[in-house]
Design a protein around this ligand. Structure first.
Ligand code: ADP
Length: 573
């Protein structure tokens, strides 16, 4: 039975019993009051009338006034005949009264009247006694029945008082305890409540939920284990060394490749703090630097000897960030160090560099001799040339110069890449460097109608530099400024001494460079997208490598559409 029905039944019964008790009490009180009324109205009044009639005739001589009073009481008595036999007595009374009325001296009639009156009084007194017994019985009955019904109500109420709170609280307590167990992840918890009431239904639903949770966690765990194994296998089979750290820099996992390159045994690194391992392992010290400091540097190339062979690895540190369940802030829970094996790329790159170096070296001499031949051709002594031949020679010379510049740049970059660039760093006059670089570009500027203005070259401090490379740098900056300027514009070269450096700034008013590319233009082979002028994208990267190797710097300020200022800072002597 449902709790609701049970409650309705129990409280309904209690209500019914109380109603019954009340109705019964009212009925009994009514009965009692009926009995009393009976006595009062029917008998007590007859007694009163009779007593008054006796009093009226109880005199020596009966006056007409007495008779009149007597008559009044007698008439009232006539109206109040209630007992069996009373009517006859009252009729006799009327008859004797009539006699007395006619003969007030008739003693016999008077006597008869007294006798009749005594009879009426006795009759009513008997009736009163009889009715008192009945009333007493009714009262006794009422007390009995009322006690019985009240006892029934009290017992039932007491039963409810004892059982009802328990019947509701006990299953709630059971359920509360089980829910607490579930909250503590004890999914094997079950609740047993018999019956078909709401609590039993709730218990069954609870058990189903617990069962599903148990099944879910079991399957979830199994699935997690499979996924973990899958990831472990994947990491182990990766050709690149991988080391996983938790947020306290303890090593969580490491793959076979990582063990090979670090020459460590698994038990000497897994579950250990990377800082402790770094104390005895140089490579781990190198690798863990950024992971421990929390800074991320990617693309750093490390040269590592493994299996007696030189290998190149690109270090990547990936922070592992998650948003914990129920939270909104991202939290770092560790990091993964990946060493990307770039040995094969490096070998290919070296082959390419060697190839470019050989080819550009081989090109340099024939191009130089082509330039010489062109110069000879232009000489009057070798014969006069017509206008058309002159212009052909001009364009051939331009091409030869461009070829020479390109091969020169390629050769320089191969030297930078292989670390074979030789620097003859010494005290040098910067004025000569600027002068030569400007002169080398004068013809070019003239052709583009560019006004090239030079600084005052007197009193400039000496610098520490490789004169040839310094000239190459300044010349490259001026040639870029001319190439990326519009025709009929200005290019200004200025010199400015700082306490440590001598800065040469090349200022043009050309197309300018978008801020997004300010760092990229110094990368090898990078050209700003959409650049129409021919070029290799090598000049600035070589310049930067050269100047930094000499203790200087190369900076750029540029606004798209307004022009650029490249500043080369050479170390002061
Ligand atoms: P490139 O041979 O292409 O000129 P550089 O390394 O000298 O190679 O320059 C890289 C790129 O930077 C150029 O392709 C060009 O897009 C941009 N750049 C260099 N100098 C300037 C300049 N003065 N004004 C505008 N863009 C320039």
């Amino acid at each position: 039975m449902k709790i609701r029905t049970k409650l309705q039944l129990a409280l309904g019964t209690l209500f019914l019993l109380i109603t019954l008790l009340s109705a019964f009490a009212i009925r009994q009180v009514n009965l009692l009051s009926g009995d009393t009324k009976n006595i009062l109205v029917a008998n007590y009044q007859s007694l009163d009338y009779s007593r008054n009639m006796l009093r009226v005739i109880n005199t020596d001589s009966i006056s007409s006034y007495n008779l009149q009073q007597f008559k009044t009481y007698m008439e009232r008595q006539v109206q109040n005949v209630t007992e069996v036999g009373e009517k006859e007595f009252t009729t006799d009374l009327q008859m004797y009264f009539n006699t007395l009325q006619n003969h007030p001296e008739d003693k016999a009639a008077l006597l008869k009247i007294r006798e009749v009156l005594h009879n009426i009084m006795k009759l009513n007194m008997d009736a009163i006694q009889r009715k008192s017994v009945i009333a007493e019985k009714t009262a006794d009955n009422s007390v009995l029945w009322l006690t019985f019904t009240a006892a029934l109500c009290i017992s039932f109420g007491f039963l409810l008082f004892l059982n009802l709170p328990g019947a509701i609280a006990a299953p709630v307590k059971k359920l509360t305890e089980s829910i607490r167990q579930i909250a503590e992840k004890n999914y094997s918890q079950r609740v047993y409540i018999d019956g078909r009431d709401e609590f039993a239904i709730m218990a069954r639903s609870f058990n189903t939920m617990a069962e599903k949770l148990e099944e879910y966690t079991a399957s979830d765990l199994a699935q997690l284990m499979t996924e973990k194994k899958r990831v472990e296998t994947l990491i182990n089979n990766m050709a690149d060394p991988v080391i996983g750290l938790d947020e306290n820099h303890n090593v969580l996992f490491v793959n076979q490749e990582a063990l090979n390159v670090t020459a460590l045994k698994r038990e000497n690194i897994v579950s250990k703090n990377i800082r402790d391992v770094a104390l005895t392992n140089d490579l781990i010290r190198d690798l863990s630097k950024e992971a421990v400091l929390g800074s991320i540097t990617t693309r750093e190339v490390l040269k590592i000897f493994t299996d007696g062979r030189e290998g190149y690895f690109e270090k990547n540190i990936i922070p592992i960030q998650i948003v914990p369940t129920g939270e909104s802030e991202t939290k770092q829970i560790g990091s993964v160090i990946i060493l990307r094996n770039i040995t094969s790329h490096k070998e290919l790159d070296t082959a390419k560099t060697n190839f470019i170096a050989t080819v550009s070296h081989e090109f340099k001499t024939p191009i130089a001799s082509m330039k010489m031949s062109l110069q000879l051709l232009e000489n009057e002594k070798t014969g006069t040339l017509n206008e058309e031949q002159h212009s052909l020679i001009d364009s051939l010379r331009d091409d030869a110069e461009r070829l020479l510049r390109t091969t020169g740049e390629l050769l320089n970059i191969t030297q930078v890449e292989t670390g074979k660039a030789l620097f003859k760093v010494e005290r040098t006059e910067i004025s000569a460097i600027i002068q030569n670089a400007v002169e080398a570009n004068e013809k070019f500027a003239l052709r583009k109608e560019i006004r090239l203005s030079t600084p005052d070259l007197t009193n400039l401090p000496e610098v520490i530099a490789d004169a040839e490379k310094a000239e190459w740098i300044v010349s490259n900056l001026i040639s870029n400024a001319i190439r990326y300027s519009y025709e009929d514009a200005d290019v200004t070269v200025t010199a400015h001494a700082t306490p440590t450096h001598l800065e040469i700034a090349v200022h043009d008013y050309g197309i300018g460079i978008d801020e997004a590319y300010h760092d990229k233009v110094f990368e090898k082979y990078f050209r700003v997208p959409g650049t129409e002028k021919e070029g290799t994208g090598l000049g600035l990267s070589i310049s930067k490598e050269f100047i930094e190797a000499m203790g200087g710097y190369l900076h750029l300020q540029s606004d798209i559409g307004k022009g650029s200022i490249f500043t080369a800072g050479f170390k002061r002597a």
